[in-house]
Design a protein around this ligand. Structure first.
Ligand SMILES: [Mn+2]
Length: 353
């Protein structure tokens, strides 16, 4: 993906990458430690001896420079800057710590460091066929884990055990790890959109919300399903089917050409009209790729226009304090006339266990 950085080199003399995601995306290096400098004079990858062999294999188009310690690395970057007459250097301002920025800017005399995270991250917004394949597979592993965990859900087991089962299954089926901390919550805890699995035991009548995903070959998956242990009450059914209707309306709205905020509004209006508007506080969804949350944001404030091969989630929810909540989430690939829903294989009918 080195070519995609070209557009930034028209604007800046060099680009400095420090996040594992952008280092991996533009160089191929998956070790995550070190940094990358790309300029007219060449493409350089700095890392330490733990990663040199891997870096040389993975980042074939880069000159791999082994150096331990930040001080030495900064001195070498400074040399490259002088040699190539670099005056402006784009860097990841949403990732670099203030401490590192201070050392960098002190060491790079005559170079102005320009915050450009938005521009750099935007280069990853449209996925290649290869990336789409990995994202699709990552979501498939998640679906299999969900189907498997249903066998374990019964009265008396604790939330943490559900999380453990999901994670173990994903690992056993090709995942490198989890894409974020698994959410497996039940009963009143489900009113917390990002509640942590606890030692609470499942009881008859509980909502059980599972929001989880894995990393497959560097790429993240994300899905949420809510089930009921025992028979759902009328109120639970009303909430569940309102969220499902909103989710389907959101999916219906997502397609190339649509503004993110409009997709959000399509789902949000269903929840509002059902009288639950105040109980849906978060955005409809977010982009997914090497990072679990990336551009674009399906939020009321985002005016990015969806394009083919962006990957986004659609995950409305209703959360009623001291009662419980429901979220339903699919991960989809934006197409011209709609979506390819990576989560289509996983039912959204209300499951009563
Ligand atoms: Mn999500």
């Amino acid at each position: 993906m080195l070519e995609r950085i070209g557009v930034l080199l028209k604007e800046y003399d060099a680009v400095l990458l420090t996040s594992p995601y952008n280092m991996r995306y533009f160089s191929g290096f998956s070790g995550g430690e070190g940094c990358v400098v790309i300029c007219g004079g060449g493409s350089f990858l700095f890392t330490d001896s733990r990663y040199t062999e891997a870096a040389e294999k993975e980042a074939k188009r880069f000159k791999v420079i082994e150096c331990g310690g930040a001080a030495k690395r900064h001195a070498l970057i400074s040399e490259i800057a002088k040699k190539n007459d670099i005056r402006t250097m784009a860097f990841e301002d949403d990732f670099m710590s203030y401490a590192e920025f201070s050392i960098m800017s002190d060491g790079l005399e005559g170079v102005s460091l320009c915050g450009a995270s938005n521009k750099i991250n935007a280069l990853r917004i449209i996925k290649s066929e290869d990336e789409i394949k990995k994202l699709r597979r990552a979501e498939e592993i998640g679906i299999l884990a969900f189907e498997n965990v249903l066998k374990n859900i019964k009265e008396g087991i604790i939330e943490r055990d559900i999380a453990a089962e999901l994670e173990y299954f994903m690992r056993k089926n090709g995942a490198d790890g989890v894409s974020f901390d698994t959410i497996a919550i039940s009963g009143k805890n489900t009113s917390l959109p990002h509640g942590m699995p606890s030692g609470k035991r499942l009881e008859n009548g509980d909502f059980v919300t599972m929001d989880f995903g894995c990393v497959y070959d560097g790429y993240c998956s994300d899905m949420t399903r809510t089930v009921v242990l025992g028979k759902a009450s009328e109120k639970q059914k009303r909430i569940y089917y309102t969220v499902l209707k909103a989710q389907l309306c959101g999916l219906e709205a997502i397609r190339a050409g649509v503004i993110c905020a409009d997709a959000d509004a399509a789902a949000r209006s269903v929840i509002k009209n059902a009288g639950f508007g105040e109980f849906f506080g978060h955005s409809l969804g977010h982009g997914v790729g090497l990072q679990i949350h990336e551009m674009p944001n399906l939020s009321p404030k985002c005016n990015i226009r969806l394009e083919e091969n962006m990957i986004v989630t659609c995950e409305p929810g209703i959360y009623i304090p001291d009662f419980g909540g429901v979220r339903i989430e699919d991960m989809v690939c934006v197409k011209k006339d709609g979506v390819e829903n990576f989560s289509a294989g996983c039912t959204k009918e209300l499951i009563e266990i």
